[in-house]
Write a protein that binds this ligand. Structure first.
Ligand code: BDP
Length: 568
């Protein structure tokens, strides 16, 4: 899926700003035709979650309605016009000028609709109904009354239009998709480019690759809608964490003497593979240091905040992290672009968290997981930073989970055979789906939820368990979560739970265990920052306090300790 771009053939405008908004607690908007416009609205910021923008109604999860008016920003006979949503949580129905143009299920992934035949030149009215109510048929699913809102996952179910809404135009006939895969032979980088076009005849594709003093141009006739081309870069500058070298690739579609479409993207030449018990980046073993994270901030909730993205990357650089997992859903496209640019390795996860495989829900949940992995790979396949797909976080285990993940694993493999696949496993759960992972990711909280207060005992258990897992599966292991809730400014000697000393000791000793095992290829602390979650007796102030930074990004003691170890 090509992100909208501005050039002679493509254009977009961003509809971000203040929209009209109205909660619909009695669910009467559909019956009362709010799709044609509604009154009694209040202003709301888009993009951002709605939950923390107002004085009341924080826990109201929907339905709610958004509307905005706009004029057609261009007049292009040869162009199509589409409306694109970066992320809306959870269910969205979209109307333009009163007519339904589409529906999408699931937050965190983009969707778009062709509105060429519906947009008018003067005032257009875009109306979006968003429903974030929880259900066990959703992915992620609802949970038990132990917490409020009742999630089966540990983060606040923020709702709303979370990422920019773009109105964009593309040529009627032109490029539909580009897939870039890279390989390396000695000092030569090979860039395989697969192009998807629609209905073009008598046209040519020209690829132009520029960067580091190199310019390579290649032209080929378009024979059908899928076209494969390859570029060879001698003495290539490869992409890695220290030197995230990116080339500029431009794809031009040429007909007669004219260019009729063009798209530019960044290309990082790198390889990623699992070999024995190692993860190899450009054939060299790589060790992951970093975090599980969340898109979470006061007031804006899960909304896209550019300055926050910069801040988080700068804190991760400062602390010596080289990687993160997009726990527990895909992050914004802008976050992924910066990972390429700044040299971070990303485990890219679909929003499949808290799966239980219940009889009445399993089929629908599997359908949704198929949809999500397709959407995610379509969106993120060209990022050199993405080194692994994660198919779920902490699914419950049952006989059915094996079939479930077998199917999902095979599907992912078929969509992308260049990246390892993982499933992130929970403590104290049988490993029914471990065989469908190329890398084992495990979340462990001995010394917290189990063996509270006993870090040394916890580390012994962890160490033995890891050895056993490796013996059985012979696959590299990432400790994908470990951490302790910590109240900043709370101190104790000897270290006690919730104190800064306890978190520091806990993380330091867990890291010691990881470093003693040659088959452990990474340590991801839970979490980069404190984050908001549902209310419950386990979560003081409805917050998860396992961040090594606070929610407003101030370091706790443990952050300084990690900085020393990771920067060595
Ligand atoms: C893990 C989950 C994560 C939670 C964490 C915790 O993957 O979402 O936030 O536990 O309890 O099991 O802090």
């Amino acid at each position: 899926m090509l992100y909208p771009q501005r050039n002679k053939f493509r254009h977009y405008i961003d509809l971000s700003g203040f929209w009209d908004f109205r909660f619909d607690p009695d669910d009467k908007g559909v019956g009362e035709n709010w799709r044609t416009g509604f009154n009694n609205s209040c202003p709301i910021a888009v993009p951002a979650s709605w939950n923390d923008q107002f004085a009341d109604d924080r826990d109201f999860l929907g339905p709610a309605w958004y509307q905005i008016k706009f004029k057609k920003p261009w007049d292009r006979e040869n162009g199509k016009t589409l409306i694109r949503f970066g992320s809306v949580n959870y269910l969205s129905d979209v109307w333009l000028n009163g007519e339904l143009i589409g529906r999408h299920e699931g937050g965190h992934l983009p969707f778009e609709f062709d509105i060429s035949n519906k947009i008018v030149s003067e005032d257009n009215l875009l109306v979006v109904r968003v429903d974030g109510r929880l259900s066990d048929k959703h992915v992620p699913p609802s949970g038990t009354p132990m917490n409020y809102p009742q999630t089966n996952f540990d983060f606040y179910p923020f709702c709303g239009i979370h990422r920019p809404v773009l109105l964009h135009t593309i040529p009627k006939k032109g490029l539909r998709d580009i897939t870039v895969q890279t390989s390396i032979k000695d000092t030569t980088g090979i860039i395989d480019v697969t192009l998807e076009t629609n209905g073009l005849n008598e046209a040519y594709t020209t690829l132009t690759l520029k960067g580091f003093g190199t310019e390579i141009i290649d032209t080929s006739k378009i024979e059908n809608d899928i076209q494969k081309m390859a570029l060879e870069v001698n003495g290539a500058k490869f992409w890695n964490t220290e030197s995230p070298n990116l080339y500029d690739l431009t794809v031009d579609i040429v007909k007669g003497d004219f260019i009729i479409d063009s798209y530019s993207l960044k290309v990082g030449i790198r390889t990623i593979e699992v070999k024995d018990d190692k993860l190899l980046l450009n054939s060299k073993p790589i060790y992951l240091t970093g975090f599980g994270r969340h898109e979470d901030f006061p007031i804006t909730g899960r909304g896209y905040v550019p300055a926050l993205i910069i801040k988080d990357y700068s804190l991760m650089k400062w602390i010596g992290a080289n990687s993160f997992r997009t726990s527990h859903y895909p992050y914004s496209e802008q976050m992924m672009d910066l990972a390429d640019r700044l040299g971070f390795l990303v485990i890219d996860e679909i929003p499949a968290v808290g799966l239980t495989f219940g009889k009445n829900v399993i089929e629908r949940q599997l359908e949704l997981c198929h949809q999500y992995i397709e959407e995610l790979i379509k969106r993120d396949k060209n990022h050199p930073s993405v080194i692994m797909w994660s198919l779920a976080n902490e699914p419950h285990s049952s006989l059915k989970s094996k079939e479930f993940f077998k199917e999902l694993y095979n599907k992912t493999r078929a969509l992308d055979n260049t990246r390892p696949i993982t499933i992130v496993h929970m403590m104290a759960v049988k490993d029914k789906a471990f065989e469908f992972c190329d890398v084992l990711c495990i979340n462990r909280y001995y010394g917290w939820y189990m063996q509270p207060g006993k870090i040394d005992e916890a580390c012994e258990i962890l160490s033995k368990e890891m050895d056993k897992l490796y013996e059985k599966h012979r696959k590299p292991i990432i400790l994908s979560e470990f951490g302790a809730d910590t109240i900043p400014g709370w101190h104790s000697q000897p270290p006690e739970m919730f104190s800064e000393e306890y978190q520091t000791e806990f993380l330091r000793k867990y890291i010691g265990v990881c470093r003693s095992k040659p088959y452990v290829i990474g340590e991801h602390v839970w979490n980069l920052c404190d984050f908001k979650t549902s209310q419950g007796i386990m979560r003081m102030g409805s917050m998860n306090h396992k961040g090594v930074f606070t929610r407003d990004r101030r370091p706790k003691m443990a952050a300084h300790m990690l900085c020393k170890i990771w920067k060595k």
